[in-house]
Design a protein around this ligand. Sequence first.
Ligand code: PFF
Length: 450
Amino acid sequence: MNRISQGRATLGGKLSAVLVAAGSSVGLGNIWRFPYVVGENGGGAFLAIYVCCVALLGLPIMLAEFTVGRASHRNAVGAFRALDRRWSFLGYNGVLTAFLILGFYFVVAGWTAEYLVHSLTGDLAHLSSADEYATVFDEFIRSPWRPILYTGLFVLATHAVIAMGVQQGIERSAKLLMPLLLGVLVVLAIHSLLMPGSGEGLRFLFRPDFSKVTPSTILVALGQAFFSLSIGLGTMVTYASYFKPDTNLRHTALHVTLLDTAVALLAGIVIFPAVFSVGIEPSSGPSLVFITLPSIFNGMPWSMVWSSVFFLLLVIAALTSTISLHEVVTVYLHEEWHLSRRRAAWTTTLATLLLGALASLSLGVLGGCTIFGENLFDSLDFLTANILLPVGGFFTCIFVGWKLDRRILRAQLTNDEALRFRIYGVLSLLLRYFCPILLLLVFLDNLGVF
Ligand code: PFF
């Protein structure tokens, strides 16, 4: 054990590594963002491209990040610096991206908390048509103070878990959530499939129409895969720095990827049959889930109970993701700036609270302040998912594929030759050639070079 890693927390058993990494991956990205980007990008063809991105880029890059984290036992910046000084910029890119994602993620997390409260009070059950749900949602996000209040509550809840420390806070909340979330999603999916007209929704989701694919579709699918898997920004580097020496990195990455994709698909199966059955536009954007879900619950017996349970789970799923993002920034400030962990956590909390408040206001009273024609909320979403994460992923491939000592990669993937790793050659090819070339082509294509 090296000097820095002494006294650092480690995660418990094998299951914990999977649950904690899945806790970061599974979140609003699967249940809020995935359905709306599928809806905006034409359905089935987007889904097919998304699944390819997850398998061919997501999985290898997650393994690369696990390798960097566990080989160095440091925060994102310290990890790259420990392995090669010149590559610490990649860690800085990650910390910045985590901070910017928190800026809009906290806002959406706040919306889920408000919807939980409305579910518990029965307010959502009074409405009947999708139009009414759309109006209520619109009024809510434009209000100058209500979304900020809930964003603030969410930031403080995240702070509380971070303050409890890695093992207690992060591990425990993840263990409880995953099985519950999957169970409720399966029940909701069955209910959606039984709705009249559900076939059209399924066709939209699963029947690919490649005539709808443009260069930007591929970039958005890539960005969504990176966002959903929490890769390209050092979150998995940070979490893997807490993994034990005998954690099987390959199994962990595979299980996290499968779980994350299963939750996204289930969310799609819940949302799209209902979208077509109730007559909502699949391309309604970020409001899609907040209009569709209450409509689904309304048609169910004990709608209040279902709605409350679902939004509670969504709140917890969002929380396990905000924790991971917060942790990236906090542990960086703690280890690199030598702030106490408490101070580091408070600094992150206050800075993200400010950014979150601005992002929330940008949907209402500050709507006039735009960056390249987009409000702050949409700009943060676009900049992080579609640009910073793929850039982070590209350089991670170059670093692990070309710069990192082969022996370190091998030792991490085989736990010092205790495990066999038959597809090492394939992984190496993906990281060295396939992923970076594809990422570069997609970028150039979107810049209009071809
Ligand atoms: N993967 C999370 C989700 O799908 O909601 C969002 C996220 C968490 C992105 C952590 C990036 C990250 F580092």
